[in-house]
Every structure is written in C-alpha cells, then in structure tokens.
Design a protein around this ligand. Sequence first.
Ligand code: ADP
Length: 292
Amino acid sequence: MLELDGVSHVYPNGTRALDHVTLSIPRGMYGLLGPNGAGKSTLMRTVATLQTPTEGSIRFGDIDVVREPGKLRRTLGYLPQDFGVYPRVSAWEMLDHLAALKGIASTPDRKATVETLLQQTNLWPVRRKALTSFSGGMRQRFGIAQALIGNPELIIVDEPTAGLDPEERNRFLNLLAEIGENVVVILSTHIVEDVSDLCPLMAVIADGRIRLEGAPAELIRATRGRIWMKRIDRAELEACRERYAVISTRLFAGQTIVHILSDSDPGDGFATLEGGLADVYFSTLAQSRRAA
Ligand code: ADP
C-alpha cells in the first residue's frame, strides 16, 4: 500500500503544483487522470524520490519515502514521461547495462533477468536491434522492461501511451495489466480510455488537488440521471454553453453532440443517457473550474 498524506509541492517560482494530496493506493493498477499541468508528473517524481515535497508524508509499506529515499528506490520501477535517451546500442546491451547499475552483479543472474524481461515485453525478436531504430511502442515496452529490473513492488508510469498508435497502445496496456496483478502500479495519463480500460481504482487531479477518487464503475453510477445529451447545430453551441453546464462536445456527422450536467430534467430536447468515464471526468473538471 502506498499512502500519501497532505503532500504539497511549491516550485521556487511560486507555482503550487500539488496541494494537500492525500491518497491510499493498494496493489493493482491505479489511474491518475488529469489534464496537462494538473500536477501528475510532479506527483510521480515526488513518489519516485526525484524531488522532495514541500510538505506532507509518503509511506510505502514500512518505508518512509521522504526520509528513506534509498530504500524506496530499491523497490521502485519508474518509467518517466521523458524517457528519451536512446543510444546506438541494442536493447539487450542497454538492459544488461541498466541491470548492472541496479546492482545485479553476477553475469548469469543478469543474463536470466535480461532474457526474461525481453520476452515479457515482447522485445525478444528485436533484442539485437539498436534502440534508435525502435518505434514509439517498442520504446515504451523497453521503458517498462528497464522499470521491471529487480522485481520492483512499486511501479510508476508517467503518461506512457501519449503518441502510441491504437495497436501499440493496446499491446502496451495489456503488458501493464499483466504486471499490475501483483504489485502497485500507478499510471498517470490525460487519456480517459487508459484508465477505463485498465484501472479498478482511480483519482482525478486538477490544479494540484485530488478532485475525485474511487472505482470507475461506481463513479459512473454516481452520475446516473445527471448526464444529458442533445444534438445541436454548431451555431447553437454558444447559447447552450451560457445556459447549461456543458461537460463535453463532439462532432458527429456534421452535428455537435453536447453533454451537460444537470440534477433535474433540463427539458429543451435533452435526453438522459448512461454516462461513461469521460462524462465523469469532464464534469469533474468543469466543476473544479467553476469552483476556482
Ligand atoms: P502534468 O504532469 O499533470 O502535466 P506537471 O506536474 O508537469 O503537470 O506540472 C504541474 C504545474 O507545475 C504546472 O503549472 C507546471 O507548469 C508547473 N511546473 C512543473 N515543473 C515545474 C518546475 N520545474 N518549475 C516550476 N513550475 C513547474
């Protein structure tokens, strides 16, 4: 279990990137969903001990993460958002090198580790190819392979699906789902589907604060009867925004489909619908914007 209690972070320029974040994250996949600038990377880097929070405490099992960063690092696998250095060495060589850095000193142990990880992440057939020649999806799978060295019990992946095509994304999420069965995996993302496809528990973060927390299915149930939709012409959109709490709009066959949040029937041709996680997410963001 990873427990954050009142974690805040203020950068030297005064930006309050985290504001009293309190979360309990059990074993399994946990989705941290939020728009750009919400504070996700700050939170991921703080848990990964790359920066010290301005205030608050973080515990992982019996490790005090802020006071004993070295201890946490021994059991941490981290795939940062900008895992961007790809030297001209092969996947095998790089993994072998990283395994040595992580303290796997014996050559046979390292060989076994590297082989297992390459197979697990489906990179075995390309193990002799240079990392520079890898596609985005292959790079992200390599990123997971290096994060898994040493059997970590806490794995942090920061916006891993950005820029992946649908097939690569699928493959990557399946890999994460397999890993998430036995350890704590925190997946930060701004993509609703990453969370709805994968995570039994999630939180929404915006402006450094946790705005919502729970199981996606329950959060969806809690919005039942409050999400309404209507097809309108684009020209009507402005008036619609003024009158209603619009949570999302999208184009379909040349018309605009608008979703709004309303506790009672708004009339005016709106129909209620079974919302999805996107409705939960966008209504949470709309509410936090209004509260700001
Ligand atoms: P996310 O990962 O959700 O996009 P970040 O954690 O990167 O969010 O950023 C949260 C806020 O902190 C943003 O307003 C961002 O501009 C600011 N921020 C991030 N890194 C720094 C930094 N090193 N110095 C100052 N402000 C920062």
